[in-house]
Design a protein around this ligand. Structure first.
Ligand SMILES: *Cc1c(COP(=O)(O)O)cnc(C)c1O
Length: 413
C-alpha cells in the first residue's frame, strides 16, 4: 500500500533510511515516496480504464510543484480551487485543457486568469457566479465552458468539517435550481454548460454515498434529456478515503465495480478529482523528541513539530499513526505527543499507547502526505518545514526549509 517499511527495525522510504534524512536535513521534515504517489494514481486509472476517465489530481491536497509535475507527467489533469493553484498548475506544465476549477468564491481576477488560460471548465457553485463568469467572458469575447456543481444532498458519513454534499453545506447548487438554470441556459450568451459536477466530501471510506449521489445525478440527466438538454461531462469529484488507523476503505477496484455500471450508463465522459487517495499515504512527517515530560496525570512527548506543521489532529481530531524511526525497545507506554506551540490544541496524539521513545529519538507521523504541508502556517513565527521526495535511492529536496528572513520578507518596518 505504501513504500514506508521497516527493514532491520529501521523505517525506510523506498531504499532510503528515513533517519539518515532526518539527520541530514533536520526536522520537522516531510518525506514523500515517488513510487507510492504514482502507484496510487495508476491504481485508480487502471480500475477505471474501461471508461478512460480524466483524473484531475486535487492540488490542494499537496501542491508542491514536484508532486504535481510528477502526476502531470503521468497524464493526470488537475483540480484547482484558487488563482494561486491555477498558477502552480500552469507553471508545472499542466495543459490547460486538463484543468478544472471549483470554489464557491472565485474572484473576477481569478475568473479572467482561468478564461485566458483556456481551462477545461469551471465548476460553478451558484447562479450569481454563473452570471459573473458570463459577464467576464463576454468582456473578453470568450466562451466559458462550465459544469454545474450539484449539491445532491447526500450523507457522506465522514467528519462534519469535510462533508460537502449536504444541502446545509455552502457547496454546489440544489437539483431544482440547477434544473431551472439549465432550462434558461440560452440566456447566458458566453457560457457553454458542458457538464455536471459533484464532490460530496472527503475521507469517504465506502461506496454507498458515491452510489447514492451518482444515482441522483443519473436521474437528473434523464430529466434534462427529456427537455432536449445534452451534456458532455460528468465530474464525480474526489473524496476517496484512505487508511489512517483501522479504517477499511474500499479499494480502487471495489469502488470501480460499484461505480462503473452507473458511470457507463450516463454515456458521458467521466472526470475524477482524487486528492487524499493519491498523496495521503505517500508522505510522512518526521519530527524529533525534544523532551519527555511526566506530569501527575500524563506523560507528554514534546516534539519539534507543531500544529503549524500538521494541523489535522487539532482541526479534525484526526488520527495519525505514530512510529519511532528505530524500533529498538519492545516496551510500550501511554503518552500524549505534543508540539512546542502555545495552544493546548497543539497535539498529534492523545493517550496513545505506542513504543517507548526518549529524548533525541526521531518519530514519524504517518499518512501525512495530504492536507499536511499545504495546511502549514508560520504560527508562532515558525519556519515551514523542508520537503523531500525519495525515488528508489534518489533523494531530492523539493522545498527548502524556510529561513528567519522568509518570515519577515513582506513586512515593512
Ligand atoms: C478537496 C476537493 C477534492 C479532493 O478531495 P479528496 O478528499 O482529497 O479526494 C476534489 N474536488 C473538489 C472540488 C475539492 O474541493
Amino acid at each position: 500500500m505504501h513504500d514506508f517499511k521497516f527493514k532491520n527495525k529501521k523505517l525506510y522510504c523506498e531504499n532510503i533510511d528515513v533517519e539518515y534524512l532526518a539527520r541530514r536535513f533536520g526536522t520537522p521534515l516531510y518525506v514523500y515516496s515517488y513510487s507510492t504517489l504514482i502507484n496510487h494514481y495508476l491504481k485508480l486509472k487502471d480500475a477505471f480504464k474501461s471508461i478512460n476517465p480524466l483524473i484531475c489530481y486535487s492540488v490542494k491536497a499537496n501542491s508542491n510543484m514536484a508532486i504535481i509535475e510528477s502526476l502531470i507527467n503521468k497524464g493526470a489533469g488537475l483540480d484547482v480551487v484558487s488563482g494561486g493553484e491555477l498558477f502552480r498548475a500552469l507553471k508545472a506544465g499542466c495543459p490547460a485543457n486538463r484543468i478544472v476549477y471549483a470554489s464557491v468564491g472565485k474572484t473576477d481576477n481569478e475568473i479572467k486568469e482561468a478564461l485566458n488560460a483556456g481551462i477545461l471548465f469551471f465548476n460553478v457553485e451558484s447562479l450569481p457566479e454563473l452570471e459573473n463568469i458570463n459577464r467576464i467572458a463576454r468582456k473578453l469575447d470568450k466562451a466559458a465552458r462550465v459544469a454545474i456543481r450539484i449539491n445532491p444532498d447526500v450523507e457522506a458519513k465522514t467528519h462534519k468539517f469535510i462533508t460537502t454534499g449536504k444541502i446545509t453545506n455552502k457547496f454546489g447548487i440544489d437539483l431544482n435550481s440547477a434544473y431551472n438554470i439549465l432550462l434558461m441556459r440560452s440566456k447566458f450568451s458566453n457560457i457553454d454548460i458542458s457538464g455536471l459536477h459533484i464532490h460530496i466530501g472527503s475521507q469517504i471510506t465506502n461506496g454507498e454515498p458515491f452510489v447514492a449521489a451518482i444515482t441522483k445525478i443519473i436521474k437528473f440527466i434523464g430529466q434534462l434529456k427529456k427537455k432536449g438538454i445534452g451534456l458532455e461531462y460528468l465530474n464525480i469529484g474526489g473524496g476517496l478515503g484512505i487508511v489512517y488507523d483501522k479504517e477499511t476503505p474500499q479499494t480502487a477496484m471495489k469502488f470501480a465495480k460499484k461505480a462503473l455500471p452507473l458511470l457507463k450508463a450516463t454515456g458521458l465522459k467521466i472526470i475524477m478529482e482524487p486528492g487524499r487517495f493519491i498523496v495521503g499515504n505517500a508522505g510522512i512527517m518526521v519530527t524529533k523528541v525534544l523532551y519527555v515530560k511526566p506530569t501527575p496525570k500524563k506523560k507528554f512527548i514534546i516534539v519539534d513539530a507543531g500544529m503549524n506543521d500538521l494541523i489535522r489532529p487539532a482541526l479534525y481530531g484526526a488520527y495519525h499513526q505514530i512510529l519511532p524511526l528505530s524500533l529498538v525497545s519492545g516496551r510500550r507506554e501511554k503518552v500524549d505527543v505534543v508540539g512546542p506551540i502555545c495552544e493546548s490544541g497543539d497535539f498529534f496524539a492523545k493517550d496513545r499507547i505506542m513504543p517507548k521513545v526518549s529524548e533525541g529519538d526521531y518519530i514519524a507521523v504517518m499518512s501525512a502526505g495530504a492536507y499536511g504541508f499545504t495546511m502549514a502556517s508560520n504560527y508562532n513565527s515558525r519556519r515551514r518545514a523542508c520537503e523531500i521526495l525519495v525515488s528508489g535511492t534518489d533523494v531530492s529536496v523539493i522545498r527548502d526549509r524556510e529561513t528567519y528572513g522568509d518570515l519577515i520578507r513582506n513586512e515593512k518596518y
